[in-house]
Design a protein around this ligand. Structure first.
Ligand code: GRF
Length: 188
């Protein structure tokens, strides 16, 4: 079984869907790590018996020191694959180089459109008729790596960034576990 670590910053709804998806699959969750002590996802992982850790970026002087601590926790957990799931820190090229080819991310847009933040509002402002989410390999360029899978949803009249985010999130919870399973089958 491939050992999978999941990095979160918030509620961890994508993390939960990955845990559920690995229940009878090729992956074994070895760690859920948050950069924020109050991340709600930590309690959800605890409740599922998955080891958790917090590496609080505010406790470190500079990005390198933070990422060294992050890397140490990942190595200690025996992680072989890393999934970013609502993880809101930009990672440096040197950190990514240690995990490139084994690190995935989910981004709430139909990449290559709308890299970065406020993806749903940008799609609304552009008058797009659809939005969605993408799972991609993490590379040093933000939200730019090879795309492993996407899911789209219609943008409806009267949509706000919030209503659109909710519609996309439903698809994220289906897409990420499926794509991770496919990826792990290539690692097996
Ligand atoms: C999701 O829209 C995800 O795409 C983005 O963060 C949001 C919250 O994710 N990266 P989660 O509920 O913390 O998994």
């Amino acid at each position: 079984m491939t050992r999978v670590a999941i990095l979160i910053s918030g509620g961890g709804s994508n993390m939960v869907s990955l845990l559920d998806g690995m229940a009878d699959g090729l992956g074994e969750p070895c760690l859920v790590l948050a950069n924020i002590p109050s991340a709600g996802g930590l309690a959800k992982a605890d409740a599922r018996g998955v080891p958790t850790a917090c590496v609080d970026h505010k406790q470190f002087d500079g990005r390198e020191a933070f990422e060294d601590a992050l890397h140490e926790q990942l190595l200690k957990s025996g992680a072989q694959v890393v999934c970013l799931a609502g993880f809101m820190r930009i990672l440096t090229a040197s950190f990514i180089a240690k995990w490139q080819g084994r690190m995935l991310n989910i981004h709430p847009s139909l990449l290559p459109k709308y890299k970065g933040l406020s993806t749903h509002q940008r799609a609304l402002d552009a008058g797009d008729i659809e939005a969605g989410c993408s799972v991609h390999m993490v590379t040093p360029e933000l939200d730019d790596g090879p795309i492993l899978g996407q899911a789209s949803v219609p943008i409806k009249a009267g949509d706000t960034a919030q209503t659109l985010a909710q519609r996309v999130l439903v698809q994220e919870h289906l897409l990420y576990p499926r794509v991770l399973g496919e990826f792990l089958s290539t690692q097996a």
